[in-house]
Design a protein around this ligand. Structure first.
Ligand code: NDP
Length: 315
């Protein structure tokens, strides 16, 4: 039978390119979890995806109710869930003021981390009951959260501190809107959320890999400088960022190539190792990359897990 992969944020950029790459193999059906149903349907059509190769299901990660409803809707499809890819993200580098999810969390961490945390926890049961030979839960990470890299050292750097802001609810009422308790900074909030993504993947691995056999992985697909992720950046940045990445840092990767990379993490028989953060070298060969000290801190991962499950109502 075909494999079924759930991909969040598949209406553009990396998620769409991955959905297309998987659909084109003829071996995958993609459940596209998207907040804008019409945009996602149009994007899949415009990408030339066969109409039998995907199903769009509404998902707004900025609402925990919507996440729970999405899980119900996916179950009603009565398709197995063989792979889950947490890909959607918001990035608000120029925001002066924080914005908030329906549950009152600062938007970047609320969508990128907390929404996906609930989704992944809920869908783990579905992955467990699938009979697919290689079941995987993938969370898209980023180099920018990794302070052991050049890109990760561009200020403001990711830093979760002692998680006091998160523990306080990240709502700006009784607590800070930043995980470390500091002042709002949209670029930092994004980087912090990506550190959360990478820590979450490892904590899943420690807690559930042996018991479930599910492969837990994260990745940095390269700098896809052309995606909508940078839509809120200043126009000059959007103009210069792609050539800068292409010719100066040489970290640039096209959406199509990045989609192929993520599709490998979904389906390649050689990428079944769990607990790995994948990256690709100049020749587009995958390798197991090292995470920064903070992004591989097991105590922090455990603490993040415990606070997050309280915030999303699982504990
Ligand atoms: P895009 O902005 O193109 O894609 C992000 C997707 O997330 C869109 O489909 C968007 O939906 C969706 N999304 C945003 N908010 C929500 C929400 N509340 N609920 C549901 N979906 C939502 O960016 P990319 O393709 O670049 O980003 C994809 C992933 O890749 C992210 O995890 C990002 O951190 C990661 N990444 C990107 C890099 C890059 O260089 N671009 C580098 C490293 C990692 P909509 O279409 O409706 O806006």
């Amino acid at each position: 039978r075909k494999g079924t992969a759930v991909i969040t944020g598949a209406s553009s950029g990396l998620g769409l390119a991955t959905a297309k790459a998987l659909a084109e193999t003829g071996k995958w059906h993609v459940i596209m979890g998207c907040r804008d149903f019409l945009k996602a349907s149009r994007a899949a059509k415009a990408a030339g995806m066969d109409k039998d190769s995907y199903t769009v299901v509404h998902l707004d990660l900025a609402s925990l109710d919507s996440v729970r409803q999405f899980v119900k809707s996916v179950r009603q499809l009565e398709m197995p869930v063989d792979v889950v890819v947490c890909n959607a993200a918001v990035y608000q580098p120029t925001a002066k003021e924080p914005s908030f999810t329906a549950d009152g969390f600062e938007m970047s961490v609320g969508v990128n981390h907390l929404g996906h945390f609930l989704l992944a926890r809920e869908l783990l049961a579905d992955l467990q009951s699938s009979d697919y030979p290689s079941k995987r839960l993938i969370i898209v990470g980023s180099i920018t959260g990794n302070t052991n890299t050049l890109a990760g050292n561009v200020p403001p750097k990711a830093n979760l501190g002692d998680l006091r802001g998160l523990a306080g609810g990240l709502n700006g009422v009784g607590s800070s809107v930043m995980i470390d308790g500091g002042e709002f900074d949209g670029a930092k909030a994004y980087k912090d959320s990506k550190v959360c993504n990478m820590l979450t993947m490892q904590e899943f691995h420690r807690r559930y890999h042996e018991e479930t056999g599910v492969t837990f992985a994260s990745l940095y697909p390269g700098c896809i400088a052309t995606t909508g992720l940078f839509r809120e950046h200043i126009p000059l940045f959007r103009l210069l960022f792609p050539p800068f990445q292409k010719y100066i840092t040489k970290g640039y990767v096209s959406e199509e190539e990045a989609g192929k990379r993520l599709a490998q993490v979904v389906s390649d028989p050689s990428l079944t190792k769990s607990g790995v953060y994948w990256s690709w070298n100049k020749n587009s060969a995958s390798f197991e990359n090292q995470l920064s000290e903070e992004a591989s801190d097991a105590d922090k991962a455990k603490k993040l897990w415990e606070i997050s499950e309280k915030l999303v109502g699982l504990a």
